[in-house]
Design a binder for this molecule. Sequence first.
Ligand code: GAL
Length: 423
Amino acid sequence: MKINTCLPLTKLATALALLLPFAAFADSAKKLEVFSWWTSGGEAAALDALFKVYKERTPGVEIVNATVAGGGGSAARPVLQTRLAGGNPPDTWQAHPGWELLGQYVEPGYCEPLNDLYQSENWGKVLPEQLVKLLTKDGKQWCVLAGVHRGNDLWYNKKVLEKAGIKIGDTISIDEFLADCAKLKAAGVTPLAVGDSGIWATAQLFENTLLGTVGPTGWQDLFSGKMAFDDPKVKQAAQSYAKLLEYQNSDHSALTWDQAIKAVEEGRCAFSSMGDWAHGEFTKANLKDDVDFGWVSHPGTKGGFIVVADGFTLAKNAPHKAETVSWLKSIGSKESQEEFNPLKGSIPIRTDVDKSKFGPYHQWSMKSFASDALLPSCVHGEAAPAAFQQALNDAITQFVVDKNVDAFCSALVQAAKESNITK
Ligand code: GAL
């Protein structure tokens, strides 16, 4: 009797065991895991726009929105590294082209090449060569860009400046800016909003000030080892940065970058030096370009465009490869580029988008991109190896406390040596 009842059960178990792989396949075929750090108001809204286009193009796929909060990816990247090293990759993840993409993800073999996709989508015809170069290694492309941010922007609250009698033209020098800051401080207004609970945000203030002092050629020289990090110009940049820190909000280390932008939105601070993901926050808050807020190149940086480009990869052994390829096609499409970038603050990378869909800030940034020197960001992992990026953050952490220019520059010289940034 016992044997009789057991038999059908055994058969059932066998049938289930046979079906299981198909069930797993059916399940996995409906998903796509996208890993990013886009959690601020503007970032999340823009990411949603990418998802919306994808869902229209590829119905029936469940998107797993795997985000790790923390601007600049400061918290996300270590989590990602652990997953990659453990053989548990998301299908696709956010990556900056240049060193971050090629050194941290392609070199160790975590990515699939995308040259076939670049060919089938004809992207070579509509993408700027200089950008494609940044994501190419061994003749193959390794990510698809959703947009390009300009890192070296100075944002301001128009009403606050008007009230203080300060006018900003289409360029500003560091001395003019320091004079404006002094005037604001004397009037009881906090001049500069910084939200460096993630140290990268104040490193960004330094990066922008560095470009403003060494200029585009100096920038290229620094990151190719032709100029040393203790060059008098770098020291001068550190001195200016130290002066700027005197004008920042006292609660800077408790705030995130987007909370600092909020302080500008609400008129609690006048300025903030931040990449144009800040524009995404202004947009999310329904504030209008040139009416509620304005912008200018960070002091001294007119003519230079610090590139912070956002790409997505295809993981080697991606659990949902077909869905991921569709995702990459989708974010590279005209439609995605036109929906995503107005919300994100970045500009589309395609040269064939409908420019009339973009407002005044984007028009300004597109013009700058077309005519200015394009320079990779160090703070966002493009210009130098991860070890140098980390060393810069560590040196900045120390500098904010001791303002020791010589020690700061020596630390960078040492880091450049260790990272092989040489002539
Ligand atoms: C950058 C990224 C941008 C923006 C910013 C703040 O690294 O490229 O898209 O999100 O961080 O989180």
